[in-house]
Design a protein around this ligand. Structure first.
Ligand code: SF4
Length: 351
């Protein structure tokens, strides 16, 4: 069978399944990389009337709140060098972004890998590494702390705003959103395994772990719509070439060795018990104390919080495209390449 025929067959199976179910499905893709793939490949138009795709809280930049940015800027003013992933640079803080602070002379540098930073840093530079991300990224930070210990560095600290995926998903599914199915994040699942998502079954919502190529997503939608049709709540794995049942046990051991669970604030979901990771007490010398005033967060006109909880489509935000663009972002969901607003702006043929 030619590829074109095979794709057509899968698309028809998906649509047939949905016709048998008898209504448009609300499907949430938890991970921002899936959001981008869905819009880049035009699946939102291909399945228009069949599937309403909703973006979830799995983009690490999008869920990082402005209080964290404010802290990094304050630390930069105290003459620390801040190392951060580039995506974080344009996220608005209370008075400015990291990019604007850098333009005013703050020492803010882009990192590609925290491990590279600690392997090459001079002992004379007082550095703070901005540690954000979900379980996919956490092992890299664990490795870099190991390198700091090996090198005996005293001049490197970590500003931890690391997140876990299970707690926000539980809060989202319990309190915020009604969906027919979930596309679960393949990247995080490479670390946590299928076992790491078994908790989803308790919500009696079908789900599938998916890869990120267009064929991965189509196969996942075929599997997911079949599960919805059969009321089958078992977590399915359509990313078997990478995701194992038990996940990456070495990476999980690294996470457990260096980090403990802590509460964490998610844009749109608020403070979530056990939603974050902090350095274990024996490594607290390498951790920066961050000060947050959660009450004063998110009072801007940006509606990221509603976008991240499926209450609003990006194009329904009054600022979308008019004043908020990837060049002039007013919120984190437009900054990150994995953000829903950014993906809609670049690929959304929604009209
Ligand atoms: Fe926020 Fe811009 Fe998205 Fe509106 S379009 S929710 S202002 S990021």
């Amino acid at each position: 069978m030619q590829t074109y025929d095979a794709v057509n067959t899968i698309v028809n199976i998906i649509k047939n399944n949905i016709e048998k179910i008898g209504r448009q499905l609300r499907i949430i893709e938890v991970c921002g990389t899936h959001t981008v793939s869905i819009y880049r490949n035009g699946f939102h138009t291909l399945f228009k009337g069949y599937i309403d795709f909703i973006s979830g809280p799995g983009c690490p930049v999008c869920v990082t709140h402005e209080g964290y940015i404010n802290n990094l800027i304050e630390l930069a003013k105290m003459n620390y060098t801040i190392y951060t992933f580039g995506d974080l640079l344009k996220v608005p803080g209370k008075s400015m972004s990291l990019a604007e602070a850098r333009a005013e002379g703050a020492k803010i540098k882009i990192m590609y890998s925290p491990v590279d930073i600690v392997e090459n840093i001079s002992e004379n530079e007082e550095a703070i590494i901005a540690a954000i991300g979900f379980e996919t990224t956490v092992p890299a930070f664990a490795l870099s702390i190991e390198k700091v210990l090996e090198r005996g560095l005293k001049n490197v600290k970590f500003a931890c705003e690391l997140k876990t995926i299970d707690q926000p998903l539980k809060v989202l599914l319990k309190d915020h959103i009604k969906v027919d199915g979930l596309i679960l994040p393949g990247h995080v699942a490479t670390i946590l395994g299928v076992d790491g998502f078994k908790f989803v079954e308790e919500f009696k919502i079908p789900s599938v772990i998916s890869g990120f190529e267009k064929y991965d997503i189509l196969l996942s939608l075929m599997s997911l719509t079949q599960s919805i049709l059969d009321s089958d709540f078992t977590v399915k794995n359509e990313y078997k070439r990478v995701v194992k049942k038990e996940g990456n046990t070495v990476a999980k051991r690294y996470i457990e060795r260096f980090f403990d669970r802590t509460d964490a604030y998610f844009r749109g979901l608020g403070l979530i018990e056990g939603g974050g990771l902090r350095l274990k007490s024996e490594y607290s010398a390498f951790s920066v104390q961050l000060k947050y005033d959660y009450e004063s967060l998110s009072n801007s006109a940006c509606r990221c919080a509603d976008v991240l909880t499926g209450k609003l489509k990006p194009f329904e935000c009054p600022l979308f495209e008019k004043v908020c663009t990837p060049q002039t972002p007013k919120g984190a969901c437009m900054v990150s390449q994995e953000g829903s607003c950014n993906a809609y702006f670049r690929f959304g043929k929604w009209k």
